[in-house]
Design a protein around this ligand. Structure first.
Ligand code: AQP
Length: 348
């Protein structure tokens, strides 16, 4: 069966939105708007899978939700043409996630590396929600029967699980899917879109660690709320090695910090790493970092000021989310009706 092409992706409102979230995800969301119908979600149900200290509690959550929404719009997502909303306003996400909890196998979830990383050593104390995070993510995508999902490299494994869940649902309920007139498959196999030079932006303090919201060092990341001075300070202080930049990508091997900064430059400039190295090969880091500061300030400065303006208008942000939720729910409700029929739930 041919599925209507549709993009879905989400960002958690857990504070400290950073350059990795921008280059690995939000900038891609913006670029896909011309080609696809897009649904972009602030995944607040995912945020609460972590301890309250991480997502900030009931006073902080609405602020973070509005901040991510402001970032979407400030980066160039058009909420009139596409759909922008927060996950908890569309109950069908949680409803489909329950069905998927009964389709996914424990063995599949046991292999998820993000759970292992986030639960850490104290696994017994992790929430059930953190463990089931990937089935909710599969529901987020498949409740819209989305075909394409732009994400950073760290989400690749979860996307593969979403594909496995879609396939198992289609197999388990194959006869019922056919009997209800949906052909051979009800859910598409969502395709990950993980491309470009910054699919995994690394910490500015340690090139072996992912740039992350939860890193205790603010110097490790460039936040989308950082002003020009903070951006310049963090890039100048970013860890590097003593050698000048190489002339080709092979020369970046075993130089994770150099590789990271070149990747960031390339993504911000819309170039390949090879092009950046053609321009900066043999340059000292002092020269390259100065150019990177200029570029980052030019690209991120307008986003920063637009975010500030939007965050100061929560009434507007909430109206965007409400409108998006209404439009998202119309699609999700149709999917859930069909899923109920396919599974065999009696419905009104
Ligand atoms: N460092 C990164 N490089 C490239 N892409 C990244 N993403 C996250 N970090 C990087 C992508 O951003 C999108 C939204 O991420 P999220 O908010 O849903 O959660 P996350 O991946 O857990 O983000 P963090 O910063 O890593 O948070 P913590 O510290 O809580 O673990 C996703 O598409 C993600 O791939």
């Amino acid at each position: 069966m041919a599925f209507k092409e549709r993009v879905f992706s989400g960002v958690q409102p857990t504070g400290n939105l950073h350059l990795g979230n921008y280059l690995g995800a939000i900038a891609k969301f913006v670029a896909l708007q011309d080609k696809y119908d897009c649904i972009y979600c602030v995944v607040d149900l995912h945020a609460i899978t972590q301890p309250i200290a991480v997502w900030g509690g009931p006073e902080q959550l609405p602020k973070n939700t509005r901040e991510v929404t402001a970032a979407f719009i400030a980066c160039g997502i058009d909420p009139k043409k596409h759909i922008v909303f927060n996950q908890s306003q569309v109950a069908e996400h949680a409803e489909l996630a329950w069905v998927f909890n009964c389709v996914a196998r424990l063995g599949w979830l046991n292999r998820m590396t993000q759970f292992k990383e986030k639960a850490g050593k104290d696994r017994e104390n992790a929430s059930v929600g953190l463990y089931a995070y990937p089935t909710l993510m599969a529901a987020d995508i498949l409740v819209y029967r989305a075909t394409h999902v732009p994400v950073g490299e760290d989400q690749k494994q979860h996307l593969e699980l979403s594909r496995d869940i879609a396939q198992k649902f289609n197999n388990d309920f194959g006869k019922s899917i056919q009997a209800h007139g949906y052909g051979d498959a009800f859910f598409p196999q969502p395709e990950p879109l993980i491309q470009g030079p910054a699919t995994r932006v690394m910490s500015l303090r340690d090139g072996s660690k992912k740039m992350s919201k939860s890193d205790p060092s603010d110097q490790s990341r460039i936040n989308l709320t950082d002003d020009a001075d903070a951006i310049a300070h963090k890039i100048r202080r970013a860890k590097t090695d003593p050698d000048p930049l190489p002339h080709d990508e092979k020369g970046l091997e075993r130089r994770p910090e150099a590789d990271n900064l070149v990747g960031i430059y390339a993504a911000l400039a819309g170039k390949s790493k090879v092009e950046v190295l053609t321009e900066f090969g043999s340059a000292q880091f002092s020269t390259f970092k100065a150019a990177l500061v200029d570029l980052a300030v030019v690209k991120l400065g307008p986003i920063n000021s637009e975010m500030k303006r939007l965050v100061a208008d929560p009434v507007y942000i909430d109206s965007v989310l409400a409108d998006g939720a209404t439009r998202a729910q119309a699609i999700a409700a149709d999917t859930m009706k069909a899923v109920k029929d396919i599974v065999g739930f009696v419905r009104r």
